[in-house]
Design a protein around this ligand. Structure first.
Ligand code: GLY
Length: 356
């Protein structure tokens, strides 16, 4: 079963499919040609991923009749800004890509978010496909059409909702990930378990997830696809996917983006779980269980940044609406709820969640 190809539809008009399995990058050309027809395609990727997979993807696309150009930008969250976006857009223009052409985002979350945003705004929008190469991109960021770059004021503050035409998730890429990069994606999958899937959470608790990562990815994608189908533009239910992200984004910002996204989300998840228990919102003891699960998967369970700095950073985040902020609060493993609070109440919540 572990070698099987799984396909999950995302019915969000126009519908698309997330295909998960081994060897898919070698099949990029025929799979995209069947979907899009032969056309020009710009592969956008970063300096860490290009040496590993760009030649494979380019050869497969060219063999299938695509005219391929590619642009490589420096790896890391520090690249996810307007300056790199501008470079990518100028590149697409210099290659004379037209509205019938296509972008491929080859890489992790930064690449997917930024290449997706470039596709969303170039010529007022051209089609793009996601080729996630990290666990984080596979389980979360490549699906659902959130594209963005960071601004000096905070993470993902400029972006667009723009769904990909397809997601091809090659599980062979996971074998090349350094442990801390794999752990980054585990954080988003543990998040899914806490949101809605206690048995998925249990896989991470006992460390058996690596037996069949394709199955873990498929469960996360299937859950996210359902949420996105019901609430594409994050007016309600989709906000649940931000579990751990209010404090997580604050930690990223306070660290100058030195702490990677998944690690920051893990710490944010541990903080909000502890706060939920301390403040009587949790229905069962969850904080120690969540912290132990995160630690087992090589992830942090807290932060040294003071509550005041985290609250200030969090309040520049998108999750604030006027005088209120919406937090995602875990009540049990597999059940979370949205809680709208006046912004002044964020600081005491974060204080309650920091380890004593
Ligand atoms: N990563 C959260 C979302 O896609 O809504």
């Amino acid at each position: 079963m572990s070698d099987s190809i799984r396909t999950i539809p995302v019915r969000v008009g126009p519908d698309y499919e997330v295909t998960i399995g081994p060897g898919l990058l070698r099949e990029t050309g025929p799979r995209l040609s069947a979907l899009l027809g032969r056309r020009r395609i710009a592969v956008l990727t970063d300096s860490a991923v290009a040496p590993l997979y760009l030649d494979t993807v380019t050869a497969s696309l060219e063999d299938a009749g695509f005219a391929v150009c590619s642009r490589v930008f420096p790896a890391g969250e520090g690249s996810k800004n307007l300056s790199t976006l501008s470079d990518l857009l100028e590149f697409l223009a210099s290659e004379h890509l037209t509205r019938t052409d296509c972008v491929a985002a080859l890489g992790g979350g930064v690449t997917g978010d930024m290449a997706g945003f470039a596709a969303a705004v170039y010529l007022r929008g051209i089609r793009y496909v996601q080729l996630p190469t990290t666990l984080l991109a596979a389980v979360d960021s490549s699906v659902g059409g959130k594209t963005a770059v960071d601004l000096a004021a905070g993470k993902n503050l400029a972006g667009a909702f723009c769904q990909p035409a397809a997601v091809l998730c090659d599980t062979d890429c996971l074998t090349s990930l350094p442990p801390h990069v794999f752990a980054d994606g585990a954080a988003e999958a543990v998040k899914t378990g806490v949101l809605a899937d206690p048995s998925l959470f249990a896989l991470f608790e006992d460390g058996t997830l690596t037996a069949d990562p394709g199955a873990v990815i498929a469960r996360c994608v299937a859950y996210k696809a359902g949420v996105v189908e019901r609430d594409e533009k994050e007016q309600g239910e989709r906000r649940l996917l931000n579990l751990g992200h209010t404090v997580g984004h604050a930690i990223e910002k306070c660290s100058g983006y030195a702490i990677p996204h998944g690690h920051a989300v893990a710490a944010g998840l541990a903080v909000i779980a502890r706060a939920s228990e301390q403040l009587g919102w949790a229905e069962e003891p969850i904080a120690e269980r969540i912290a132990a699960c995160l630690a087992k998967n090589g992830l942090p369970t807290g932060t040294d940044f003071p509550a005041e700095a985290l609250a200030e950073a969090a309040l520049s985040d998108k999750k604030r609406a006027g005088g209120d902020i919406t937090l995602v609060v875990p009540r049990a493993i597999g059940r979370c709820e949205l809680k709208k609070l006046p912004v002044a109440e964020l600081l005491p919540v974060i204080r309650a969640g920091l380890e004593a």
